[in-house]
Design a binder for this molecule. Structure first.
Ligand code: KG4
Ligand code: ZN
Length: 332
């Protein structure tokens, strides 16, 4: 039985994965506080993690009807993410594991998003292409061995897809994080009403979203306040379509280029219905986890923990978190 913790951004998460790889609990406490700042404030996120983590872990254990003494392993996100936020989950995991002499599995957050597709009654069988589109990352990876380093085929050159959703949402007067709200607004609009760039002319498998956000800004200015307000849903639908197309174009290129026949999507943006529908039209068997496994959660961290190098007690006590893709050196 695995207890996993995830605190890389603004969600305080704990989950228990059972002996048969079933999700016994998956607790996610979202910190709504950041909406008023229009983005996640690292120090505030960290303080909230500290206040919430104990209760979230207890909730995960009691929902799973499990006790600490029944655990075989503790898993935790080590990076990338906000250092102050990561530290709370990491220190808690080390303390729990250390106190019970349990092994610890340090997990890469992106590996977690990919591993969300390896859960459930019908986990996806490698090899497959994985699209991870979240608030902090957007990448395409080939997964042949779920325990190996991700083989990155393409990634964003500037903003992440979720960031594009959030910035667009903000321009349309929606609260942070605006992805889900923009999707709701887009349902009432016409995706063909406005033309926004999909970066189709950018060859290869890398993504770029910063021009799209600027295009929306200019379009809103051109329309003027009253017209922009009148066409809000059309703007949302057209903007969402451009993000979805931008993702789908690269995914299809990667499928054609690699010959892979299975496709997994993960990360918060994969919760988007329009993206799911579009990916389903591509030349691959599509696997998208349910929305609560797409956005940040600890069940995906537990899933990845099954494939990573596990450190026995006390080898992990000196281990540190990492903020970016550059991993900190292993302790000697
Ligand atoms: O994976 P995630 O929970 O956290 C990160 O690792 O970043 O992703 C959060 C991102 C946010 O940018 C949020 O706006 C976006 O995912 N998101 C969505 C939807 N739900 C969440 N974007 C579009 N449509 C959605 N339904
Ligand atoms: Zn994430």
């Amino acid at each position: 039985m695995i207890l996993a913790l995830e605190t890389s951004c603004d969600d305080t998460c704990a989950a228990v994965l059972g002996a048969e790889d079933e999700i016994c609990s998956n607790v996610i406490s979202s910190q709504g506080i950041h909406a008023r700042y229009g983005g996640v404030v690292p120090e505030i996120a960290s303080r909230h993690h500290l206040e919430l983590i104990g209760a979230v872990v207890e909730d995960a254990l009691s929902t799973a009807q499990a006790s600490l003494s029944e655990l075989d392993l503790i898993a935790v996100t080590r990076g990338p993410g906000l250092v102050a936020a990561l530290l709370v989950g990491f220190a808690t995991a080390k303390a729990l594991a250390g106190a019970h002499r349990l092994p610890l599995a340090p997990v890469d957050h992106l590996h977690g998003h990919v591993a969300a597709s390896l859960l459930g009654p019908r986990p996806l069988q490698p090899p497959f292409l994985s699209l991870v589109a979240s608030g902090g990352h957007t990448l395409l990876a080939r997964v042949t061995d779920p325990g190996a380093e991700l083989e990155i085929l393409g990634q964003t050159l500037d903003d992440a897809a979720g960031e594009a959703f959030d910035k667009g949402a903000r321009l349309l007067g929606l609260d942070y994080p605006g992805g889900a709200a923009l999707e709701r607004l887009a349902r009432e609009g016409d995706p063909q009403a406005f033309k926004f760039p999909t970066g189709e002319q950018l060859a290869g498998l890398n993504f770029s979203f910063s021009g799209l956000k600027t295009a929306l800004l200019y379009r809103v200015r051109e329309l003027g306040e009253a017209q922009a307000e009148l066409h809000r849903a059309d703007l949302a639908a057209s903007y969402q379509r451009a993000i979805v197309e931008s993702l789908a174009i690269r995914v299809q290129r990667a499928l054609s280029g690699t010959g892979l026949q299975r496709l997994a999507a993960g990360g918060g943006v994969a919760a988007n219905g329009a993206l799911r529908d579009r990916l389903a039209t591509l030349d691959a068997e599509l696997h998208v986890p349910p929305p609560e496994l797409c956005t940040d959660n600890a069940a995906m961290i537990a899933s990845a923990a099954r494939f990573v190098h596990v450190l026995p007690y006390p080898d992990y006590l000196e281990l540190d978190v990492y903020a970016t893709g550059e991993r900190a050196p292993e302790p000697r």
